[in-house]
Design a protein around this ligand. Structure first.
Ligand code: ATP
Length: 374
């Protein structure tokens, strides 16, 4: 059993750059945690602090309730897999996998047993005598995974391990790592900038932006209930559409005015706006491309748009629709016969609309849920 805790962890580099700000995280045994965010958000720095490769400037790191800040990397009982594999070219794959155990002066028979087991899990048995340069990128990454597995660590750390692989191999290896996690039943912490990897692999995801944790949640909650505009926009492809609007009260109902037209919303959203005092205020409306319905229309009204681009992907089609000064992306059924230049009417699904504060970018529905819980 192993748990990991970060308490108000900060990283300030010697040049004064504050790369990780007050990070708090509690990882339970056997979780698959993914750190995700755009380039430079601090995810590698956070992982390297856990590994002990980077000093923690402030705050505490605990593994199994023991403070690790000053424990050297080799004594933390963790194993790290890097993007560039970091294999020794002059050693065979067997020797690469056995190297760390030899350094620890483990008996030869035990090393042999562990390497054989790991090789069999990863399908490396036939190539143990080869050297890394004789292998494909995917096989090399498996040797690097094998080298981590043989150590039987409390925590596996992985920093973008798939980014050197081509698209097809990346999808395959992604599934292999997920299977490995189910089999080893150990805590994994995995860094990626790719939201699809994060969503498909993580049991929980930590979304980072500029060194700050924006949300820690299950993939489903991140998608359905983003706590802020950043998470709404970062998770999901094509991206969530954002439109400026205003919540107004008409005939006892709260409706949203946007781009010169208006639409009604469900009770949950109306109540949320009322409770958090957004009536007659500007809001940012967020709507995912799959939560729009698009119909051809002959009639030109305030809420009709024009299809500017169509992207056919086989199982779905993306439409880029010009609506006043905005471009709205809709994901539609490819059988819907729409072409560039078509005049269309767009409707948002009432119970799928997200609402964000214009300035703080916090989700208004999240705020309402929070104030109800208090
Ligand atoms: P990427 O995917 O591009 O690696 P990341 O989210 O992993 O991004 P980090 O590598 O953690 O980002 O870097 C976070 C920020 O800290 C970046 O702005 C980076 O330039 C800065 N940084 C990293 N290492 C140092 C260093 N040794 N000294 C100063 N600044 C650094």
């Amino acid at each position: 059993m192993s748990s990991l805790k970060m308490v108000n962890v900060n990283k300030v580099y010697p040049n004064g750059f504050h790369a990780v700000k007050d990070m708090n995280l509690e990882v339970k045994d056997n979780e698959f945690i993914v750190f995700v965010g755009p380039s430079g958000c601090g995810k590698s720095t956070a992982l390297r602090m856990i590994a002990g490769l980077e000093e923690i400037s402030e705050g505490e790191l605990l593994i199994d309730d023991e403070v690790m800040n000053d424990v050297s990397p080799k004594d933390r009982d963790i194993a790290m897999v890097f993007q560039n594999y970091a294999l020794y070219p002059h050693m065979t794959n067997y020797e690469n996998m056995a190297f760390g155990l030899k350094l620890r002066k483990m008996p030869k028979e035990e090393i042999d047993k562990r390497v054989s087991e790991a090789a069999s899990i990863l399908g490396l048995t036939p190539i143990l005598k080869n050297k890394p340069k004789q292998l494909s990128g995917g096989q090399r990454q498996r040797v690097a995974l094998g080298r981590a597995i043989v150590r039987n660590p409390k925590v596996f750390l992985m920093d973008e391990p798939l980014s050197n692989l081509d698209a097809k191999l990346r999808v395959q290896t992604r599934a292999e790592i997920s299977k490995l996690h189910q089999r080893l039943k150990t805590t994994f912490i995995y860094v990626t900038h790719d939201q699809t990897e994060a969503m498909t692999m993580g049991t929980r995801i930590v979304v980072l932006k500029d060194g700050v944790v924006m949300q820690v949640d299950s993939p489903k909650n991140l998608y359905d209930k983003p706590e802020n505009k950043f998470v709404g926009g970062f998770i999901g492809s094509p991206q969530m559409n954002f439109i400026n609007g205003k919540a107004v009260e008409r005939g006892g109902e709260i409706i949203l005015d946007y781009l010169g037209t208006s639409f009604t919303i469900d009770d949950e959203r109306q109540t949320g706006l009322r409770e958090t005092d957004y009536v007659n205020k500007e809001v940012t409306i967020g709507i995912r491309p799959e939560h729009l319905t698009v119909e051809i229309t002959d009639e030109e009204t305030d809420d009709t748009g024009i299809v500017e681009v169509t992207e056919l992907l086989g199982s779905e089609t993306y439409l880029f629709i010009k609506l006043k000064e905005e471009t709205i992306v809709a994901r539609v059924d490819p059988n819907l016969d729409l072409e560039v230049g078509n005049q269309v009417k767009i409707k948002m699904k009432k119970d799928k609309v997200h609402l964000f504060d214009v300035k703080s970018e916090e989700s208004i529905l999240h705020k309402a849920r929070g104030s109800r819980e208090k």
